[in-house]
Design a binder for this molecule. Structure first.
Ligand SMILES: Cc1ncc(COP(=O)(O)O)c(C=O)c1O
Length: 446
């Protein structure tokens, strides 16, 4: 890998991405857009190609070293290639790849999840978050005998037909319900009939919708912290508790989609950090440090629908020994307080969160920095804080685009949505370098 780093007048590195550009143009001839996940189309300056990664850094095909705050869109809580995870996977590679049968790592990881995650009485492993969400919904429908799923404006639960509505687009609302907007062409026309959408973070609206439609609603599904689209938005104080009470009152299964928050916000996820236990929770991303693994965990009576109510859950790669070796090593580290991982994430992440807030005071366009030390967002909006989709809708996406463009040219890479993820591989000096780059990017915006 070779590349040149040029310097601007103020002696900062200005990175170039020509080889990535050539790669993406070549790739477009073989794959639509040259990428294999639509999310990657939104990257600045264009979808980048990478050669390798280590710790908190990526090396791209131009030879640029990028300080990574995207972390594979979340999974890399321990950074790129954490040695203990790589060792465990290498050991498993010598033993076997797939057995079409059971193995001890399944038991070990299930036991770790059960001790870490409050709702986890039983679980089933899958591969991606998207498919795990499907199992959670199926379990809820089987248990309640009801058909509809209530989701929230702006919340993302994967790319399947059941839930790909009202993520980045919204419609008019009436009686607490927001018109259904599909986020993709080609969805089954009937899929929108089984979903209802309402505003998140508003107890009164939720109570109204459940009062009107509760008897039809099998599941209420939400990100307990809205973190995929629109920023990182914590629930208002008491909102999750109210949701828990309302789901109990109306007999709906409460599903937390913890694909982003799981293991990141606490060993037990957002439910442990925020103190509200759902009936079912979906995990993915950070559970296996970058190896593909997801799970649905929750109440035994619901998971037992697989045996007792005829719920089908299948998958060739479910319980992959390689992914479970990675998960066993990951969760062993995360569940051991003497490793100091969460303490480190908190300390370094607080430095980043407070540092970004301080730098934001000099922004020429109002910039909100909010979230948690482990997961935060920079949002160009003229409001004190973002509480939901409606606030986020007024964010200045053009300013964000320019800001990210300038950051990546200086070798700092948050996600293309302006989310910053932290790993235990980030250091104080990484954070300080990111803050310097942020300061310069905001000056350029002016
Ligand atoms: C909150 C949330 N749920 C579900 C998913 C889907 O997971 P996957 O991309 O592994 O299918 C994502 C992916 O980003 C997510 O952020």
């Amino acid at each position: 890998v070779t590349g040149t780093i040029q310097r601007s007048a103020d002696d900062r590195a200005v990175l170039h991405f020509e080889k990535s550009h050539k790669r993406i143009e070549a790739a477009k001839k073989l794959a639509p857009g040259g990428v294999h996940s639509n999310v990657r189309l939104n990257e600045v300056p264009w979808p980048l190609s990478f050669h390798s990664a280590d710790g908190a850094h990526l090396t791209d095909v131009d030879g640029n070293l990028l300080l990574d705050f995207a972390l594979g869109q979340g999974p890399l809580l321990l950074g790129h290639r954490p040695p203990k995870v790589i060792d465990a996977v290498e050991r498993q590679l010598q033993l076997g790849l797939l057995y079409a049968g059971q193995h001890d790592l399944e038991l070990e990881v299930a036991g770790l999840v059960a001790t870490m995650v409050p709702c986890a009485e039983r679980l089933r492993f899958g591969v991606t978050g998207s498919e795990a969400v499907q199992l959670a919904i199926r379990l809820a429908r089987a248990a309640t005998g009801r058909g509809k799923v209530l989701k929230f404006q702006g919340h993302y639960h994967g790319w399947a037909d059941t839930v790909l509505f009202n993520v980045g687009t919204t419609g008019p609302s009436r009686d607490g319900l927001i018109d259904i907007i599909t986020e993709s062409t080609g969805l089954a026309p009937s899929s929108s009939k089984d979903v209802l959408v309402t505003q998140w973070n508003d107890e009164t609206v939720l109570e109204r919708v459940l009062s009107d439609h509760g008897s039809e609603i099998a599941a209420v599904i939400m990100e307990p912290v809205m973190a995929n689209t629109g920023g990182v938005i914590p629930p208002r104080p008491g909102y999750l508790e109210a949701t828990r009470r309302l789901c109990d009152r109306f007999g709906a299964v409460l599903i937390f989609d913890e694909v982003i928050t799981g293991f990141r916000l606490a060993p037990g996820g957002a439910q442990a950090r925020l103190g509200v236990t759902p009936d079912l929770a979906v995990f993915g991303k950070a559970i296996a440090s970058g190896f593909p693994l997801s799970c649905v965990a929750g109440r035994a009576s619901l998971l037992d629908g697989v045996e007792k109510l005829g719920v089908n859950h299948s998958g060739t790669f479910n319980g992959s020994p390689i992914s479970l070796a990675a998960a066993a090593a990951t969760l062993t580290l995360l569940s051991d307080p003497s490793q100091g991982i969460y303490e480190r994430l908190n300390r370094i992440g607080t430095r980043l969160l407070l540092g970004l807030r301080e730098v934001a005071t000099g922004s020429p366009i109002p910039l909100v920095v909010q979230g948690f030390p482990e997961l935060m967002a920079t949002i160009f909006a003229n409001v004190p804080a973002i509480h939901g989709y409606t606030d986020a809708e007024h964010a200045d996406s053009g300013a964000l685009h320019q800001f990210l463009h300038s950051l990546v040219a200086q070798g700092v890479r948050p996600t293309s949505r302006g989310t910053w993820m932290l790993s235990s591989a980030h250091s104080e000096s990484d954070v300080d370098a990111a803050l310097d780059a942020t300061r310069r990017s905001l000056q350029e915006l002016a």
